[in-house]
Design a protein around this ligand. Structure first.
Ligand SMILES: [Zn+2]
Ligand SMILES: [Zn+2]
Length: 400
């Protein structure tokens, strides 16, 4: 095995990793079809000893590095898509596409994973096993990971990975360069509730001659909060937020219907199933109580992201060994955000690791969050993120 620590090798190519990141950041793309981003990844991997394939139904890139020595398979995942946000950071490499921004830092993940592919390729001869690099579109609501699983990413090396890891940067909460993970639930399941309350419109002055859907819909919104506190264990938390609520046009007309959208977050299979059953029942019962009808569609989106206890501990140890103590923390609580890496972790044990990229001079507690139009992710996190991707693969293969 080469002498130079991966961390130092990563630092040596940090400039090129940042260049790739800036190029991706400038031209962000949304969803499952990211042709420019895909082309940049393919160019970055060009010349490396990888078996590269691209997706059919989405612009994914799967690269397989077969080591010179026998051993198992490990998967590393980086997501590549951006968000429908108009960037307001005024960075030199800010998005040139109006209404689209890498506001979740996936540009860093893509660049870091390409960097790791380079570092590990240089060690191919001594590598005891195989690494799958999963460059994934459509994390932000398009279930790109599930599409890639359906297209065979987990079997890309001919046998299933023994472990899978993903990194995610954050523009706040964690100081730059600090890694955070935990065993068990790491991120929430995120489901969507679509409700339509149907009544009968009429004159606002004679509500008794109409069937007003608005008060009933308001009652549903507050009843959902009561459902959260009365039906779920506080130590297995649930979050419901109504993020969209629409009804009516003017003050003197009772509308025919009211509609609202909510997100439901949960951290266990049991709570998720209970939500899927209880929410539509509650909505239907309230509608009936008022002589109305309601449709409540509970749609399961991303499952809980559950880190394997052993793999999370292994990642924590790798962080401590490679970067020293003080650079890694065990996350006290899961995050109420959601991730489609959860689909990978349903199939393969692994760990999802957060990496602080809070810019210098900003307080992690108050810095703008991921998805904000002014979120800034510091380039200083790139080398260590690259190194950790490579360390996780190398150490896990060497251990097996
Ligand atoms: Zn995001
Ligand atoms: Zn993200």
């Amino acid at each position: 095995m080469p002498e130079l620590p991966l961390r130092e090798e990563a630092a040596e190519i940090a400039g090129e990793i940042a260049e790739l990141r800036h190029s991706i950041h400038r031209e962000p793309e949304i969803g499952l079809d990211l042709p420019k981003t895909q082309a940049k990844v393919l160019a970055a991997l060009d010349g490396l000893p990888l078996e590269v394939s691209t997706g059919q139904g989405l612009s994914s890139v799967t690269a397989v590095l077969r080591g010179g020595r026998p051993g198992p398979v490990v998967l590393l995942r980086g997501d590549m898509d951006a968000l429908p946000v108009t960037e307001e950071t005024h960075l030199s490499y800010a998005s040139v596409i109006p209404g689209v921004m890498h506001a979740c830092g996936h540009d860093l993940h893509t660049a870091m994973l390409a960097g790791a592919a380079r570092l590990l390729s240089a060690r191919q001869d001594g590598l005891p096993g195989t690494v799958i690099f999963m460059f994934q579109p459509g994390e932000e609501g398009y279930a790109g990971a599930r599409h890639m699983i359906n297209e065979g990413v987990l079997d890309a090396a001919g046998e299933r990975p023994v472990a899978a890891y993903a990194l995610h940067v954050t523009s706040n909460r964690l100081p730059c360069g600090v890694f955070s993970t935990r065993g068990g639930p790491m991120l929430a399941a995120a489901d969507q509730i679509r409700v339509t309350v149907r009544g009968r419109g009429g004159h606002a002055s004679t509500p008794h001659r109409a069937a007003d859907p608005i008060p009933a819909a308001c009652e549903m919104v507050t009843a959902l909060q009561t459902l959260v506190t009365r039906h779920f264990d506080v130590f297995d938390p649930v979050v419901i937020t109504v993020g969209s609520f629409h009804a009516g046009t003017v003050d003197n007309v009772i509308p025919d219907e009211a509609t609202f959208l909510a997100t439901a977050r949960s951290f266990s299979r049991e709570s998720r199933s209970a939500l899927a059953e209880l929410v539509p029942r509650l909505i239907g019962d309230i509608a009936r109580a008022h002589g109305l009808t309601a449709e409540a569609d509970y749609s399961r989106e991303y499952p809980v992201t559950v880190n394997d206890a052993g793999e999370a501990a292994f990642a924590g140890q790798a962080i401590a060994d490679a970067f020293g103590t003080g650079r890694g923390e065990v996350a006290q609580f899961p995050i109420t955000g959601a991730e489609d890496f959860s689909f990978v972790l349903e199939e393969v044990p692994g760990a999802f690791v957060m990496l602080g990229a809070t810019p210098p001079g900003q307080d992690p507690e108050t810095a703008p969050t991921n998805h904000s139009a002014v979120a800034v992710f510091d380039d200083a996190a790139l080398a260590d993120g690259t190194a950790l991707y490579a360390e996780l693969a190398l150490r896990r293969l060497a251990r097996a």
